[in-house]
Design a protein around this ligand. Structure first.
Ligand code: LLP
Length: 405
């Protein structure tokens, strides 16, 4: 069950909101920073997973870098205190404006995804009188055994440069006065659970490709393995911190690197997912023909993962736990939101404590790709961030019936 220290204050905060467990988050970041120091593997947090300012300031203050995919993410990262030199700029379709923004900030490297992009970035560098620090994103054609929407390293995916174009890429980069060749980047997919097997395979493939590039004449100074480490959506309390140990160890043991080469990773989900929950309130318990619906005040606009990927998030009735000590018994519900779409459903046939209007519900493991993928569909407002150590500062639920007190 989600740990709430002061449930009385918590239950007065206006819903829906994203609740961040700052203590868990700090422990997660500490773990990653410590492993990074121990192994010498550089970490660039993938900002797309969560761009909450406070969380990002906490990450940057530990000296970690950032992986950005838009001009605004770059500017935001700088404003959160990330060292520009530790910012990588990836993305399959960077606009001229974004490329110029990145030059202005003085980022660490452009991660370039196609031959066409090498040409454009090098041309913009020429026109600006600059040299572009550049990594090439490689499509290694590895199946990470994850959801097909978050698989990125197969030939049929739009990402990266595949081995069929290596010679041409090298020819374009080598001796180009506007390019400072930096290294190679790989990212095969997200929510990878078979870490030791998949990452070992990835390292073996990377070793081959790095050797190949060096054979055809480019010195690979930096090797970036991307992100992808999975988290336990089924049991967020049993496994609150992702298996960073295995991830770092597998890389450390299987990636061939010379002392003059640096290794980088770009975790997103694994740093933020378990620290965040979407908190919502029950508006109606509707008895349908064949099912019972728990209708809550958060919708697919606040958390789209279940609707978009069929993703599983654990759902809990917090009021039943904190106020009644779980003494209500269980019922099976479809937990649905207010948006006018049948896909607006957080979970089907979930066994939950018997629920009533006004109960607080937690949708767990929502810290990654939750708040950042929110929309204002149906003109619903964005759910704000509430931090576990600042609950009393959060906006309170309004009393519309003051005259009844
Ligand atoms: N590096 C690159 C180049 C990436 O494309 C990604 C994620 C990451 C790092 C971070 O991966 P992570 O450690 O978070 O797995 N919205 C989807 C996930 C999309 C991931 C996109 N790329 C979801 O909700 O599952």
């Amino acid at each position: 069950m989600l740990k709430i220290d002061d449930f009385a204050s918590f239950s007065r905060v206006a819903t829906p909101f994203y609740y961040y467990d700052i203590d868990l988050f700090r422990r997660t970041v500490d773990k990653v920073a410590e492993l990074s120091e121990r192994t010498g593997i550089h970490v660039h947090y993938s900002l797309k997973a969560n761009s909450d300012r406070r969380l990002n300031e906490m990450i940057s203050s530990r000296g970690l870098g950032a992986d950005c995919v838009s001009g605004d993410e770059i500017d935001f990262a700088v404003s959160c205190g990330y060292n520009p030199k530790k910012i990588f700029f990836a993305g399959v379709a960077k606009s001229d404006k974004e490329i110029c923004q990145a030059f202005q900030v003085g980022i660490g490297a452009f991660v370039v995804e196609s031959l066409e992009e090498i040409e454009i970035v090098s041309d913009i560098a020429r026109r600006l009188g600059r040299k572009a620090p550049m990594s090439l994103r490689i499509n290694p054609n590895i199946d990470p055994h994850t959801h097909h929407y978050i698989t990125t390293g197969l030939y049929e995916d739009k990402f990266g440069i595949s081995d069929r174009s290596f010679d041409e890429a090298v020819a374009m980069v080598k001796d180009n006065p506007y390019i400072d060749f930096y290294g190679l980047q790989f990212h095969i997919g997200s929510q990878i659970m078979e870490v030791s097997d998949v990452v070992k395979l990835e390292c073996e493939k990377v070793n081959e490709i790095v050797a190949l590039f060096e054979r055809i004449g480019l010195e690979v100074r930096n090797i970036d393995l991307g992100g992808g480490l999975g988290i336990d959506y089924d049991d967020p309390d049993g496994n609150p911190i992702a298996d960073f140990e295995t991830w770092f160890r597998t890389i450390d043991e299987n990636l061939v690197r010379r002392p003059d080469q640096t290794v980088h990773v770009e975790p997103g989900r694994s740093l933020v997912a378990q620290s965040g929950s979407l908190i919502t309130e029950v508006l109606y318990v509707k008895k349908g023909e064949n099912r019972r619906f728990l209708m809550v005040d958060a919708g697919m606009n606040d958390l789209i993962r279940p609707a978009l990927y069929g993703a599983y998030h654990k759902i809990e009735n917090l009021t039943a736990h904190y106020e009644d000590g779980d003494g209500r018994g269980c019922r099976v519900y479809d937990v649905v939101g207010p948006v006018c779409e049948s896909a607006d459903c957080f979970g089907k046939e979930r066994a939950l404590a018997k629920s009533h209007r006004g109960d607080r519900i937690a949708i767990r493991s929502a810290g990654a790709y939750g708040q950042v993928m929110a929309s204002r569909y149906n003109m619903r407002p964005f759910a704000p961030s509430v931090y576990s150590d600042r609950v009393t500062e959060a906006p309170r639920k309004k009393n519309y019936f003051a005259n009844e007190d």
